[in-house]
Design a protein around this ligand. Structure first.
Ligand code: ADP
Ligand code: MG
Length: 334
């Protein structure tokens, strides 16, 4: 059974950045306004996230890492909404099958924090001969989640992830996306032992401030705001896209759907071809798009890593988004 769980976990958590995305979403779901991330060896040695969210109650600590444990499904309507991202309540459980997890957490109505260690979705003692029960300790309201030695028990996967700077890049990419989407929440991300944060956003920064800070200071003057309701498709489009003055060697494409970072190759291709008429050959745009749409219009049959999405009415939805961008680009140019 442990092997089956490990294989299943490896489908959800394929690399450190997948784990980080899940942890970040949990912190955001917990209402955090400050999120600090610490990384060692591209997240393989250490991935730590501290948030000031609502924390986990002591009595829930024994079960939070069990499969299908979620505090987030409250009504039937919620269930249909949440199910569009695949099974829920699986992330923490999956991580405990492929890493050593420690949670230190405190809720507002508890007089102290509690710390517990997890493996294979169960509480485990920090060392042999002592209790596995959550132990009282000092701590602020919120959660500190430490993931150590990712894939320690999956040597083939571990071996495939030798390039720790590549893994760190992917982690930064996830943090950057969420920092831009969640303007008003402060994020930091750094390597353990470093004094300098590689991402650092402020609580009072705007989306534009964060884009400018993360993607280069000249970017903001070259960005066009998108804001459009496409009522016929029940679709809200928001974001910022670069104009013809901005061009870089690599396209930056940040896509959010209903608050979650996702990928859509089909949408990306459409946008690239729109820009091909506006940008010099070989240069690329910056695109940040946030979509809100009915969960029923997002294909539930998403990839296991839950990033690549498809839509019902995919052609119509992509064409509509393309039109919004095209109009904006054409309007700004003339
Ligand atoms: P899901 O997010 O789908 O509910 P997870 O496995 O990611 O499933 O998390 C399981 C549960 O653990 C969550 O529903 C939540 O109750 C709790 N939890 C996880 N991370 C945090 C956090 N940072 N702050 C508060 N609660 C958390
Ligand atoms: Mg989660």
């Amino acid at each position: 059974e442990a092997v089956i769980n490990r294989i299943a976990a490896g489908e959800i958590i394929r690399r450190p950045s997948n784990a980080l995305k899940e942890l970040l979403e949990n912190s955001l779901d917990a209402g955090a306004t400050n999120i600090q991330i610490l990384v060692k060896d591209g997240g393989l040695k250490l991935l730590q996230i501290q948030d000031n969210g609502h924390g986990i109650r002591k009595e829930d600590m024994a079960i939070v890492c069990e499969r299908f444990t979620t505090s987030k499904i409250e009504t039937f309507e919620d269930l249909s909404r949440i199910s569009t991202y695949g099974f829920r309540g699986e992330a923490l459980a999956s991580i405990t099958h492929v890493a050593h997890v420690t949670i230190t957490t405190k809720t507002a109505d508890s007089s102290c924090a509690y710390r517990a260690h997890y493996a294979d979705s169960k509480l485990v003692p920090p060392k042999p001969g002592v209790s596995a029960e959550p132990k009282p300790c000092a701590g602020n309201i919120g959660s500190l989640i430490t993931v150590e030695d990712l894939f320690y028990n999956a040597p083939t996967r571990r071996e495939a992830l030798k390039n720790t700077s590549e893994e760190y890049k992917r982690i930064l990419d996830v943090v950057n996306r969420y920092a831009i989407y969640n303007a008003g929440i402060s994020f930091t991300c750094k390597k353990q032992g470093s004094n300098i944060a590689d991402v650092s956003t402020l609580a009072n920064a705007s989306t534009l401030d964060n884009i400018r800070q993360i993607y280069g200071s000249s970017t903001a003057s070259e960005l066009l705001e998108l804001k459009k309701d496409v009522e016929s498709l029940d679709l809200k489009v928001k974001g910022y896209v670069s104009n013809a003055n901005y061009n870089v060697k690599k396209m930056a494409f940040l896509l959010f759907i209903n608050h979650r970072a996702v990928e859509s190759l089909a949408l990306k291709k459409t946008i690239e071809s729109i820009y091909a008429n506006f940008l010099p050959k070989g240069t690329h745009p910056f695109i940040y798009i946030s979509l809100e749409m009915k969960p029923q219009n997002i294909d539930v049959n998403v990839h296991t890593t839950k990033r690549e999405v498809h839509f019902l009415y995919e052609d119509e939805i992509i064409a509509a988004i393309g039109d919004v961008i095209h109009e904006r680009l054409a309007g700004a140019d003339t």
